[in-house]
Ligand binder design. Structure first.
Ligand code: AMP
Ligand code: ZN
Length: 476
């Protein structure tokens, strides 16, 4: 089944055609590591993870790169103001690399909590200065960039397609530009590739003297190093479209003479109280904060992926609670099927159940193939679970086949793997003890064990065929 994605570049939903059959090269703009990443950042990262998992579900081999910006991202997303990371370093009186390491670790830990599949590489900007300098040299040689004093700027008037991604034109941009304070630039929209600033804490030698790279050149240099000058898909949040991605295109295409990226996918903002969640506004929640409030990490993941990436997602605590309930439904079905898989008799799979499983996977695929229609995909999943729950006297082969279907779905959703509340071994042991007591018709002992399980926050329920399922009690 063809995968259709909305391409910001063409403003059309297009069939995804990879450059190389069966393979996908994907680059995602990663975090600027100057503070703890918030759930808005993670909405963008999770959309990339969902897409990558779905590519894999469809049989593609994905090479995924996500950068770590540890230098050069200035407070103004263009190229004015202080370096975000250095600002934090100065405030905390620490070395910028120490700050970067601390927040990179925070990002990696939260990514793990959210069951994000690690990309093939997380390249750091500070470890790719040479590649950036090489690209800047090419841009100067080809006449796209110019040197003033010890700074290097990209001349946007030299790149005919500047504005293609964002829909901006140079005329409009110039009309809206602030009075240019930087007299060095030939045009107000020219952006810095290399900056000279003796006050900057991080400095590298370059043909233009000591300095540091601009933010945009980082992603051009690192993506081409790991994915080649031309690759399939680039993701980011909607605020990355301009200037960051517009500038990446200008740099990369001018340097290589090739088309840079075939599909651009941008995630709309996560909002809180109707406003963009952002570090600068301070209206944010981090993953550890939500976990501390008692929310389950897989519920956070579920909530953040459960609405369409091209619509804003309004974050609420009720949304997190609903996500936890939705996961419980899946989890209970899994527990029942697992139990039936162990206790049920062996046998053939009824045709009707075979069809149920096959149709579920086809419809799930169709939903996500339609520009990642996650609401439809989740509806398919819960419809399947409803049907499974209605099916009595299943044999173990049938239970295993239906369980396999849920696992295939979860290879994309990733919410079961992320469950931190798997039934603990001692609870399963108690449930087995209760089952044995029931088999011996020792009802008193069975009830006592049930009470013990409940006291530990779990509920054991009998299911047809002599099995049981365990679910989380209110306090687990
Ligand atoms: P930053 O760490 O600021 O470089 O941002 C990392 C990623 O998070 C970028 O792709 C941003 O576009 C994205 N992002 C930032 N805020 C939000 C938000 N509220 N909702 C969704 N994505 C966001
Ligand atoms: Zn980037």
């Amino acid at each position: 089944m063809d995968l259709k994605l909305y391409n910001t570049l063409t403003r059309k939903t297009e069939i995804f055609e990879p450059l190389q059959k069966g393979r996908v090269g994907m680059y995602s703009c990663g975090p600027t590591v100057y503070s703890h990443p918030h759930i808005g950042n993670f909405r963008s990262f999770l959309v990339a993870d969902l897409l990558k998992r779905f590519f894999e579900f469809k049989g593609f081999k994905v090479t995924h790169i996500m950068n770590i910006t540890d230098v050069g991202h200035l407070v103004d997303d263009a190229d004015e103001g202080a370096d975000k990371l250095e600002e934090t370093a100065r405030k905390q009186k620490k070395d910028p690399l120490e700050i970067a390491k601390f927040y990179t670790d925070s990002f990696l830990q939260a990514s793990k909590l959210l069951n994000i599949k690690p990309p093939d590489k997380y390249p750091k900007a500070t470890e790719h200065i040479k590649e950036m300098i090489d690209m800047v040299k090419i841009l100067i040689d080809k006449g796209y960039a110019y040197v003033v004093e010890n700074n290097v700027y990209y001349d946007v008037t030299k790149f005919a397609n500047y504005g293609q991604l964002s829909g901006n034109t140079l005329n409009d941009l110039n009309a809206g530009a602030r009075i240019e304070i930087n007299q060095e630039k030939k045009n107000p929209q020219d952006f810095a590739l290399w900056k000279h600033d003796p006050k900057h804490l991080q400095q590298w030698d370059s043909p233009w003297g000591k300095g540091f790279p601009g933010w945009h050149i980082e992603c051009s240099a690192m993506s081409s190093k790991y994915l080649g000058a031309e690759f399939d898909i680039h993701t980011g949040g909607e605020d990355n479209i301009f200037p960051h991605h517009e500038c990446e295109i200008a740099q990369s295409e001018a340097a290589s003479g090739k088309k840079f990226v075939h599909y651009w996918l941008h995630t709309r903002f996560l909002l809180f109280d109707g406003e963009k969640m952002s570090k600068s506004k301070g209206n944010l929640y981090t993953i550890p904060e939500l976990i501390e409030k008692g929310f389950r990490k897989n519920a956070i993941r579920y909530a953040l992926i459960s609405s369409h990436y091209r619509q804003n997602y309004n974050f609420t605590f009720d949304g997190l609670k609903a996500a936890a309930q939705a996961i419980d439904k899946i989890q209970q079905c899994v527990l029942r099927l697992t139990d039936l898989g162990k206790t049920g008799k062996q046998g053939e799979i009824r045709e009707q159940l075979q069809d149920l499983a096959a149709n579920c996977l086809t419809e799930f695929d169709a939903a996500l193939s339609d520009d990642l229609n996650i609401s439809k995909a989740l509806a398919v999943c819960f419809d399947f679970i409803r049907q499974v729950n209605k099916t009595d006297d299943m044999n173990s082969t049938e239970a295993a086949a239906l369980l396999d279907t849920i696992n295939k779905i979860d290879s994309v959703l990733g919410v079961l793997e992320a469950d931190d509340n798997e039934v603990p071994a001692n609870i399963i042991e108690l449930a087995e003890k209760r089952k044995a007591a029931k088999l011996n018709k020792d009802w008193k002992a069975a009830d006592a064990v049930r009470a013990e399980i409940l006291a530990q926050g779990w509920i054991v329920e009998d299911i047809p065929g002599g099995g049981y399922r365990i679910k989380r009690g209110e306090n687990a």
